[in-house]
Design a protein around this ligand. Structure first.
Ligand code: HEC
Length: 225
């Protein structure tokens, strides 16, 4: 080291910080562009053909309403994943892709018009005044032998949900009651289709638990999954 030349630490060099900032910004831009396209491909809706060929998509086609949906623990992923099973008529029929899409569309409009998110959460958006609806279709309470089919005197999840949605205070099972939102029969059917489709979306196991009903609190049972 010469005595005439002054030496500066690299940490106090302005050009070093300028160059670092440029590199970090450039790298982040490239990474974000990559992640945007990666997410878009992950959330792209599948097709009816995918369902028929057993091709798993994170967001299945509208016609997933024609199938049985299970929620099974995946040891590999460490949480439950929706598993699309056998064909199963929805409200007694198999819906064509056009019919299923139209139904889902009406369901989405109803969910928006009645502002379900004001109380519930759907796919991570909304409130936690009332149970999370993302996996409501899969809640054991609505299945065969569950409390909801029993109190609505119906034989299917979809019929039970329609009856509940058209008159929630009559079939209340939680400590907080859902008000009657004046939902018509057609709107209720479409809303149930919307809920069933949403439950088939692979959300990486979120949310984890189903809500507890008054009866569960009384009997000390939890929907352990
Ligand atoms: C003012 C608040 C409020 C609004 C708005 C609301 N709900 Fe609810 N909802 C509740 C409460 C509270 C419960 C729990 C009461 C019960 O199940 O008896 C509930 C329960 C439910 C359940 C049963 C949940 C389960 O896991 O068993 C479903 C399904 C449901 N609501 C759907 C909807 C839909 C669809 C909409 C919009 C069309 C909606 N709710 C709008 C308050 C609300």
């Amino acid at each position: 080291m010469s005595e005439t030349k002054e030496s500066y630490s690299v940490w106090s060099s302005i050009s070093f910080w300028r160059r670092s900032a440029a590199w970090v910004t450039g790298f982040s831009v490239v990474l974000l562009i990559f992640l945007t396209f990666d997410s878009l491909s992950q959330i792209k809706m599948g097709t009816d053909e995918d369902l028929k060929n057993g091709v798993t998509k994170r967001v299945p086609a509208a016609t997933v309403i024609n199938y049985k949906i299970d929620y099974q623990m995946s040891q590999k992923r460490g949480h439950e994943v929706p598993v699309i099973g056998k064909q199963q008529p929805f409200f007694g029929k198999i819906w064509s892709p056009e019919e299923a899409e139209a139904l889902l569309h009406t369901g989405k409009l109803t969910v928006q018009a009645k502002n379900c998110m004001n109380c519930h959460t759907l796919l991570g958006n909304g409130a936690y005044y009332a149970p999370d609806l993302t996996k409501a279709w899969l809640d054991p309470a609505w299945q065969k032998g569950g409390v909801m089919q029993a109190i609505t005197q119906t034989n299917s999840t979809e019929e039970a949900m329609v009856k509940f949605l058209m008159n929630p205070p009559k079939y209340a099972t939680h400590l907080r009651k859902m008000p009657n939102l004046g939902i018509t029969h057609d709107e209720a059917m479409a809303t149930v289709a919307f809920l069933k489709h949403m439950s088939a979306i692979d959300t990486n196991g979120f949310p984890r638990n189903f809500s507890k009903t008054i009866n569960d609190f009384r009997s000390g049972v939890t929907h352990a999954h």
